[in-house]
Design a protein. Structure first.
Length: 576
């Protein structure tokens, strides 16, 4: 199992729900001027907008909503202010019903003179529900780019990326200032959802060529770099954003993810801790921070991560991601029952999260509930047929039931997935299953493939020796075991296997040397002690060493009924 990473990167339009915001310091006035432009204070509105945008970038949703509210009061006709005000209220947790009431009032006051307020009100409805109303408004106001923008946004949220792309194709040239940037970003998101990342990159590059320091464009470009694995480029772009806005929340999240993927976990944690001082109590910071701390895989790290997850759950009860993180820790602590229960909490009322469904099954498997685990893991694969960890664990349940042919089908399924052609777990376990079924040459073929993928893995080399031994190819077995101990002189199983391979060739003195090296590594291994006793007594006639090996065998718990008699005979012989 592994923690889900970069969960926040995919959503450009997502809405987060938290506690009731403190932004709404006052309710909307009962009556406002019939003309929304009457009495507008454009300077005050611009000052409030600058402050609001900065607060939004820092993830301070309540304060940003309050600043956008001030901008809206200063200039009720500004379209973009309303859009961001609504988004900030939603992110801060303002109940939708309250916003709907406010905007119903605004439509009543302004709707006859200003169609935009109808758009603002429609924006509060679910995407599929608001599309017909927006299409009707666009038909009556075809030259209004803001209506087209909102319709494209609704289409994208509803899953119609192609139609959204069509609307957005020329929209950017119809808008100016920040609204034009918003349109470019929405078009990029449409390209990505339509499965044409190359078009998204081309669009972003063109926009950046015109405005190379624009923060939102740089940030989205860094996200594309990150998604494509261009970590250095992503870090360079995102740090340009942070140079002007050190506490930019979204940029810091990207920076932290890049650093984490580069193996710089401590720096990633430090980045999140830095921004947490401004975006206080933000689950968007606390969750990835908890994930990274948990991944240190120390008891201290687990304790701190649990505190962070608990803090998130206190503000947002039932949040699946926080429950999943707690379950992941319990799993690492091998508290299988508790982990299973926590994963079930992560599923909540929605049992469609394939990763969590699979994790429940995995914890069942570790508790020995193999059949139940099998059912659960199959559910996960029904939800996500390409989820490789579930395929592997389903195969493991078949292995546990000695259904090796069924297990092999799952491992073969994994190896056919794009990018999984060299999955070592699938290859090696396939080899073991072939050995269990007696098809040793096929197993040797799989192990040879694994060795080519991981030539420095001493275990694979040892297993190749085992395979040759099973086929009674003593010289080949010796060759592989010798290679393994040459790679790692503490390779116990290789020394042990070498001893048996040499014994099969009746090279007793050499076999004893190998067995003694194995014995030094594991003094209580019963197989080694028994073999040494036999060789010392029968082949080398060194009764004192045979006696010592047999006695250690008994002390280690060896229960061969012949050994006590042999010990008695040796003592009798030595007493003569």
């Amino acid at each position: 199992m592994s923690l889900a990473r970069a969960w926040w990167l995919a959503a450009l339009l997502g809405v987060a729900w938290a506690a009731w915001p403190q932004a709404r310091a006052e309710d909307a006035p009962a009556e406002e001027p019939a003309d929304p432009g009457e009495g507008a204070d454009l300077k005050a509105a611009e000052e409030a907008l600058v402050q609001a945008d900065a607060l939004r970038e820092e993830g301070r949703w309540n304060e940003a909503a309050e600043a956008y509210w001030a901008a809206r009061k200063a200039n009720p006709a500004d379209y973009r202010t309303h859009r961001h005000y609504q988004d900030m209220c939603r992110r801060a947790g303002d109940p939708p019903a309250k916003l709907v009431t406010d905007y119903d009032d605004l439509v009543r006051l302004y709707g006859a003179k200003q169609v935009w307020f109808k758009v603002h009100r429609l924006r509060l409805d679910p995407a599929a529900t608001r599309i017909p109303g927006l299409e009707e408004l666009r038909a009556s106001h075809p030259s209004d780019p803001e209506i087209t923008f909102d319709l494209a946004r609704a289409l994208l949220e509803a899953g119609d990326a192609a139609k959204a792309q069509k609307l957005l194709k020329e929209l950017a040239v119809s808008l100016s200032g920040p609204s034009a940037i918003d349109a470019v970003l929405l078009a990029v998101e449409a390209d990505l959802r339509a499965g044409v990342p190359a078009d998204a990159r081309k669009r972003l590059d063109a926009a950046l060529a015109a405005q190379p320091t624009q923060r939102d464009l740089l940030l989205q470009s860094a996200r594309l770099d990150l998604a494509g694995g261009a970590l250095d480029a992503a870090l360079e772009r995102v740090r340009k954003v942070l140079a002007g806005r050190p506490n930019h929340l979204a940029a810091t999240l990207v920076e932290s993810e890049v650093l984490s993927r580069q193996g710089k976990r401590d720096e990633a944690i430090a980045a999140l801790e830095r921004v947490s001082r401004t975006a206080k109590d933000s689950h968007e910071v606390l969750l990835p921070l908890a994930d990274l701390v948990a991944q240190q895989e120390t008891e201290v790290g687990y304790a701190r991560a649990n505190e962070l997850y608990a803090k998130v759950l206190e503000a947002r009860p039932g949040l699946p991601r926080a429950h999943y993180g707690q379950a992941w820790i319990l799993e690492r602590q091998q508290k299988w029952k508790e982990a299973e229960e926590a994963y079930r909490l992560a599923l909540g009322e929605d049992a469609t999260w394939a990763r969590a469904v699979h994790s429940v099954g995995y914890c069942m498997f570790r508790q020995g509930r193999v059949s139940e685990a099998q059912v659960q893991i199959k559910k996960a694969l029904d939800l996500d047929p390409a989820f490789v960890p579930a395929m592997l664990d389903l195969a493991a349940t078949f292995d546990a039931q000695a259904k090796y042919a069924d297990a092999l089908k799952q491992y073969e399924r994994v190896l056919k997935v794009k990018g999984q052609e060299e999955n070592l777990r699938a290859i090696i376990n396939s080899a073991f299953d072939h050995e269990a079924m007696g098809t040793f040459p096929k197993a040797y073929e799989m192990l040879t493939k694994a060795h080519k993928i991981a030539p420095d893995d001493v275990d694979i080399v040892t297993w190749l020796g085992d395979n040759a031994y099973f086929q009674e190819k003593w010289k080949d077995a010796e060759k592989w075991y010798q290679k393994a101990v040459g790679m790692d002189e503490k390779a116990f199983f290789a020394w042990r296997g070498l001893g048996f391979a040499l014994g099969q060739q009746k090279r007793w003195a050499d076999a004893v040397v190998a067995f003694e090296r194995a014995r030094a590594l594991r003094p209580t291994d019963k197989d080694i002690l028994f073999a040494l006793g036999d060789i010392y007594m029968v082949e080398l006639e060194q009764l004192d060493k045979a006696l010592a090996a047999y006695e250690e065998y008994v002390q280690a718990g060896g229960d061969d009924p012949a050994v006590p008699e042999i010990i008695a005979e040796i003592k009798k012989e030595m007493a003569k």
